[in-house]
Design a protein around this ligand. Structure first.
Ligand SMILES: Nc1nc2c(ncn2[C@@H]2O[C@H](COP(=O)(O)OP(=O)(O)O)[C@@H](O)[C@H]2O)c(=O)[nH]1
Ligand SMILES: [Mg+2]
Length: 254
C-alpha cells in the first residue's frame, strides 16, 4: 500500500514491473560486485613465506623480524606464522617460517600458495659451497612453478650468516647460482624429454631467456639479492641482527 502511494505521488504508477526488473538487476549486480571483490581481495594475498634449506637461519630471521633478541632455535616440522605490520599500511603481512625439510616444506608451501605475495629465500652463505646444488634446485623449482609467475611474486634472496669469517657475499652466490641453474635447465629438459617423449605434456614454466645462459636479470619477476646476518656480531647475549635490508624490502611490498 505504501509503495503504491509512493508510486502515485511520483507519477510512476503502472510501471511496477519495470521498477521491479530494475531493482532485481541492481541487486544482482551488487551480489556479483561483492563476490568479485572477495575473490580479487583474496587473490591479492598478503603472505610472505620464508623458505630455504634447513639451518639456513629462517627461524632466527623470523624471530628477529618480530623484534626478538637472539634465541637458540630448533628444527621444527610445523610452520611459525605471525602478523608483520608495515609503516603507513593498515593491513599487516602474514609472515610464515616454512620448515626446511623438503617434504614438509612442499606441503606447507602448498597450503599458503593461494595467498602468497612474496618469498624470502634464506641461504646459508657459510655452507653455500656444499649446498650450491640444493639451493639452485630450490630456486629452480620456485621459478618453474606456475603460481610464482601467475601471482608475479616478489623474491628476496637473503645471503645470511655474513657475520662469519670467509663467507661468500651476494655477488659470488648470485653468479654461482646462475651457473648452476643454467646447468639444471639442460638436465631437467633432457629428463623430461626422456620421460614422456617431449617437454610439452607437463612442461614447467620457462623462465629466463631461451638459448642463453641463465641470468637473474632476465626474469620477469622482481628478484633481489641482499647480504644479511640474522645473528649479528658479538656475544649471544648482546648480538643484534643485521637485517635492515630485509626490513626495507618488506616495507616496500605494498
Ligand atoms: N653465525 C650465524 N649463525 C646463524 C645466523 N642465522 C642463524 N644462525 C644459526 O644457524 C642455526 C640454524 O638457524 P635456524 O634459524 O634454526 O635455521 P632454520 O633451520 O633455517 O630455521 C642456528 O644455530 C642459528 O643460531 C647468522 O646470521 N649467523
Ligand atoms: Mg627453523
Amino acid at each position: 500500500m505504501a509503495l503504491r502511494d509512493l508510486l502515485l505521488s511520483t507519477g510512476l504508477a503502472g510501471h511496477e514491473t519495470e521498477i521491479l526488473i530494475v531493482l532485481g538487476v541492481g541487486m544482482l549486480l551488487g551480489v556479483v560486485l561483492l563476490v568479485w571483490l572477495c575473490i580479487s581481495g583474496r587473490s591479492k594475498g598478503r603472505t610472505v613465506c620464508l623458505l630455504g634449506l634447513s639451518d639456513s637461519g629462517k627461524t632466527l630471521l623470523y624471530l628477529r623480524l618480530n623484534g626478538s633478541d637472539f634465541m637458540r632455535t630448533q628444527n621444527s616440522i610445523k610452520e611459525n606464522s605471525c602478523q608483520y605490520s608495515l609503516p603507513g599500511e593498515d593491513k599487516p603481512l602474514t609472515l610464515v617460517d616454512v620448515p626446511g625439510n623438503e617434504r614438509i616444506r612442499e606441503s606447507i608451501f602448498t597450503k599458503y600458495k593461494d595467498t602468497l605475495k612474496a618469498i624470502v629465500l634464506v641461504v646459508d652463505s657459510f655452507n653455500f659451497p656444499q649446498e650450491t646444488r640444493s639451493v639452485a634446485e630450490l630456486i629452480f623449482d620456485l621459478l618453474s612453478d606456475k603460481v610464482t609467475h601467475k601471482r608475479k611474486l616478489a623474491i628476496l634472496v637473503v645471503c645470511n650468516k655474513q657475520d662469519l669469517a670467509l663467507v661468500s657475499g651476494q655477488d659470488y652466490i648470485k653468479k654461482r647460482l646462475e651457473a648452476e641453474i643454467t646447468a639444471l635447465r639442460t638436465t631437467r629438459a633432457a629428463k623430461l624429454e626422456s620421460i614422456d617423449g617431449g617437454p610439452k605434456n607437463q612442461a614447467p614454466v620457462m623462465f629466463g631467456k631461451k638459448n642463453k645462459d641463465f641470468e637473474f636479470k632476465d626474469l620477469s619477476l622482481p628478484l633481489v639479492f641482499v647480504d644479511c646476518s640474522a645473528r649479528g656480531k658479538g656475544e649471544e647475549s648482546s648480538c643484534t641482527g643485521e637485517i635492515e635490508e630485509v626490513q626495507d624490502w618488506l616495507a616496500k611490498l605494498s
